[in-house]
Design a protein. Structure first.
Length: 228
């Protein structure tokens, strides 16, 4: 199996003067699950090269066994430093796509037409797609073949309004993932803040928060094993 992991290239947290990027746990936990499944992993980002890491994701309170393993893994860190440009990717070359979150995607990937086309092509080809935490917000401009929002009528989850309030960024982010998915007609659901929660609707898998990244990867692996 060939999996494409799509990371953000955006490093500025609005007008706060603080840094953002991708959330390390949301890359590391799926990365090792895919490796252990024997999958071939390609990392991509809009600008290519080293994507920005949200520094908060590497603070002691947010580190996990997987994040520490990733940081000490020469193969993993080399791959991260050399992500391919997203506009060079051919969706046909991959069996599935995974989007980690972090706040960065709300600024770049959520508005990226290349990313939207990748999402649309992947699902229309009958291939599975997974997005976690803030990454479900990247679905905002993806559409069905009839032009309706891709999430309309689909069961989805993503970072909750209360979780955003909990990190005091409600007034900083360009949009709230929960509100956006609901406004597009998504059948949004959630559980308690920071608890792992994964929703599957056909080939689309979404996870609520960082704790959901590993379980979302597990769901994606399980789904691929039952593909015809």
């Amino acid at each position: 199996m060939k999996v494409l992991i799509v990371l953000t290239s955006h490093d500025k947290l609005g007008d706060t003067g603080r840094a953002t990027g991708f959330w390390l746990e949301e890359l590391a936990a799926p990365y090792y699950r895919f490796k252990e499944a024997g999958w071939d992993i390609t990392l991509a980002s809009p600008k290519g090269g080293q994507p920005p890491l949200d520094p908060k994701s590497n603070e002691p309170a947010n580190q996990t066994d997987e994040t520490r393993r990733f940081e000490k893994d020469p193969e993993a860190t080399r791959a991260l430093a050399a992500t391919v440009r997203l506009d060079s990717v051919n969706a046909d070359d991959y069996d599935t796509v995974f989007y980690p979150g972090g706040h960065g995607p709300l600024w770049d990937l959520a508005e990226d037409t290349v990313s939207a086309r990748l999402i649309e092509t992947t699902l229309r080809s009958g291939k599975p797609l997974a997005l976690v935490c803030h990454a479900p917000g990247v679905l905002r401009h993806a559409v069905n073949e009839d032009g309706t929002p891709l999430v309309h009528g689909r069961k989805v989850t993503g970072f909750t309004n209360s979780e955003e309030e909990g990190v005091a960024l409600t007034d900083v982010v360009p949009f709230l993932v929960e509100d956006e998915l609901k406004s597009l007609g998504g059948l949004y659901s959630k559980i308690g803040d920071w608890q792992p929660y994964v929703v599957q609707d056909g080939q689309l898998i979404t996870g609520q928060n960082p704790a959901s990244s590993g379980p979302a990867a597990d769901a994606l692996i399980t789904l691929t094993t039952v593909q015809p």
